[in-house]
Ligand binder design. Structure first.
Ligand code: 1CP
Length: 341
């Protein structure tokens, strides 16, 4: 009999149970680093691709076939649920999500109604197809956390300093709380749709929350992320952000089972900051794929060694695969991780 995803190394590590080998997958493993992805995406807009179950299924499977990773991540984007409830936005090639009318006032809350599964039938269909195709390999569903989604809505697009977002957070705390509450409701429904269709785990991306100091994170952000994570406690929950060295403990306390760590903090230090009762995910610098083979191999082994300090370790990069990455370098990383120390 084929083993179930529940018995996989990936889900065992999430649950802090013994594993036959350290599981590995890569954030943004589907995408521009793969020539087969670039071919499939030719002539398709990103958001159209995300709403086409056959394309989503194929793109999600591509890195699993090529790299032999221990988990698939659903191909979609964090702004898909916002688009699905009618927010006028697009994903502009080479830029990222761009929102036509940025969020400014209380009246803008009306544009953020709750999401139902009927808004995203293509998500349900693609997840169902994928679960059937993947067999024993777990599928990770994902969503953007309230802070990171708020950043795109308030800034109107990608931002370096998140100045308008933080101005709203500090200047109008009541409106900020109402905005994050709406976003939490949308996010948890988007995750719920993926879980109900068969996703085995979820990752909540709070990519840009590293811009917020810890005390303000606890007061103004964490309660909303915690509400999302509490609503999906029937599967392992991974919580990740970039530049979050000062927030690792609090992000774990938001209710994650696994805390994702970027490349800036040595994994062993991250483990002591996060504290007991959590698994960790990470954290090879994504630029190391451009280093000579022996340097890459040494850094992979260092990461594995440091991961031993954790109750569970899922190997990953410290952020997404860079588009210029040679897929063969990632294949080598998977082989090294699976071979162990
Ligand atoms: O045409 C293209 O190929 C567009 C590039 C692209 C891709 C491949 C975008 C636009 N999104 C995606 C897919 C995507 N987005 C995945 C795929 C699954 C996988 O990992 O293989 C995931 C998980 C996301 C999630 C996402 N979107 C995040 C969180 C993860 C992270 O990288 O921190 C964020 C911040 C976004 C916003 C976004 N969408 C796209 C871009 C280029 C960006 C970032 C823009 C910025 O810098 O603010």
């Amino acid at each position: 009999m084929t083993p179930a995803p529940a018995e996989s190394a990936f889900l065992s590590a999430c649950r802090r149970e013994p594993v036959p080998h350290t599981p590995v997958w890569f954030m943004r493993q589907a995408g521009r680093a793969l020539p087969e992805y670039r071919r499939l995406r030719e002539g398709n807009q990103m958001l159209d691709a995300c709403a086409t179950p056959d394309l989503v299924t194929e793109i999600t499977l591509q890195p699993v076939r090529r790299y032999g990773v221990d988990a698939a991540i659903f191909f979609s984007d964090i702004v898909v649920p916002l688009k699905a409830i009618g927010v006028d936005l697009d994903i502009v090639p080479g830029v990222g999500p761009v929102v036509a009318a940025p969020f400014r006032t209380t009246r803008d809350l009306d544009r953020l109604r709750a999401l139902t599964p009927d808004d995203v039938p293509y998500i349900t269909e693609a997840v169902c197809n994928l679960v059937a195709e993947l067999g024993p390999i777990p599928l990770i569903g994902f969503a953007g956390a309230p802070f990171t989604l708020a950043s795109y809505l308030v800034e109107g697009g990608p931002s370096k300093n998140h100045a308008a977002t933080k101005a709203l957070m500090y200047g109008e705390p009541e409106l900020w709380a109402a905005l994050l509450d709406r976003l939490a409701t949308i996010t948890l429904s988007f995750l719920r749709a993926q879980i109900d269709a068969g996703a085995s785990a979820v990752q909540l991306f709070d990519s840009w929350v590293g811009a917020v100091p810890a005390a303000d994170y606890r007061a103004l952000v964490q309660p909303h992320s915690a509400r999302v994570l509490a609503a999906v406690s029937d599967v392992p929950r991974i919580h990740f952000g970039v530049g979050t060295g000062e927030l690792l403990h609090d992000m774990g306390q938001a209710g994650a089972d696994v805390v994702g760590v970027d490349w800036r903090v040595p994994l062993s230090q991250a483990v002591s900051r996060i504290g007991p009762g959590k698994a960790v995910q990470g954290n090879l610098d994504p630029t190391l794929v451009f280093a000579p083979d022996d340097v890459l191999a040494r850094k992979v082994r260092e990461t594995l060694e440091q991961g031993k300090a954790a109750e569970g370790h899922i190997f990953n990069l410290g952020h997404g695969v860079l588009p210029e990455t040679d897929p063969d370098a990632l294949l080598r990383v998977v082989e090294l991780v699976h071979a162990g120390l």
